[in-house]
Design a protein around this ligand. Sequence first.
Ligand code: NAP
Length: 484
Amino acid sequence: MDNVTQFLNYIDGKWLACGSGSTFENRNPADQDDLLGHFQASSAEDAQQAIAAAEKAFPAWRDTPISKRAKILNQAADYLVEHIEQFAEELTREEGKLLANSRDEIARSAQTLRFYAVEGQTITGETFPQDDAKMMVYTQREPLGVATIITPWNFPISIPARKIAPALITGNTVVFKPSSDAPLIAYRLAEALHHAGVPTGVFNFITGSASAIGEEITAAPAVRAISFTGSTAAGERIHRTASMATRTQMELGGKNPLIVLDDADIDTAVDLTIKGGFSLTGQACTGTSRVLIARSIKAEYLERLVARVKELQIGNGLDKGTQIGPLATRQQLDTVLGYIETGKREATHVHGGERLSGGDYDKGFYVSPAIFSDVTQEMRIAQEEIFGPVVAVIEIDGYDDAIAKANDTPYGLSAALATRNIEYIQRFPLDIQAGTVKVNRTTTGNLVNAPFGGLKQSSTSTFRESGRAGLDFFTQTKTVYVGR
Ligand code: NAP
């Protein structure tokens, strides 16, 4: 083998190679010659070891003082911040996003760990008045047990952080499987928790494909919670096969609309489209993939949008001046190019969508941002999640038509409205089928301290993650009657 680093699993407090000795490569989507490392291609036996370690560690961790659990999260946050420059560069090299976005993501992950270190200490129960003076009746919140955390490649440290931190602070033990397409920054999170002194078996990190270890870490009887973020297809599968005794939280795909009414400022609408649809190369679950715009301003909007998009610098996320990075994987590239071809057949192709080539472009997965117009509801590019820099522009005749069209997809993750009309601003949150509702802001972005999740096929609706709501999923309530 070459002398590129081999990254190990972290199971039962030990850094371990997988039983089979097989590994897989992690390469830079901006430059396929850049090999970041070899990761463990774990199999069922490795996964069983991780689950067994988490199960064994649970009783002692549940009884560990909350201040000690909080200290570990805070120290892990410190470790991320101390290494932010190195880790941000690694994140850009493995996922392709801009260096500034990588720095933000690592800082946000540290902020998340710190948020839960505090917020986890404020969990309360209730007491209930009743007739028996010699009895107390109250609820207490308890951890569930072993929690499996499965995450995608697009926010490969901030999504894990917002699941792992609430799981650990509430006393659950964790088995964490990151995406095989971005395992390095996830490994750094494991390293941070190890450095912070997380006790043996409390947190376990295992790499490998879903087909090799997915079932083992989701269907094992010891698993009491699964928090998953990824595609709707995978989430549905996991949700359906999980045991009745396992609580599931699925954060899935989106087809997020930006509605632009005829009173909106056109430059603002262009800004919201570019930031929401094309930053992060369109690879955000809350990315703007549909713009529903008033007929009267559509032509002017398209003209200004195309002019702005032509100016965007597409390149390696490590380079100063780059505004759009590559797609994250070859599979992403193929999928997005496929949808661009579909768009050309279905709708009016306005701009972009070329696979870029020549010079450094030949080493990576570069596509120019694509804009389609005259898109109608039945078209695939109006209905299916593309997860790339592709925006479908749909004409609307007023607010009610916009709401009907915006709601007419299986998804309901995020939605935005651009207008100054106070009546529509007030009606929008109730009318729109989305878990995240924005007015005069992009569909993308959410706060660490606010709940996040979707409706319809974008989420299981029972629990939200992020913010204080993130603690609910990882705790169960018991009602206690104590007499004397
Ligand atoms: P994906 O293909 O569904 O994979 C996500 C993770 O699940 C990976 O770690 C994958 O493993 C694993 N996985 C897939 N099938 C599994 C199974 N049957 N059992 C256990 N694990 C399984 O999604 P992706 O391509 O990484 O991410 C893009 C998707 O994530 C988009 O649909 C996007 O909308 C969604 N997303 C949603 C949110 C949200 O909060 N709603 C946020 C970000 C992204 P391997 O790939 O390693 O095999």
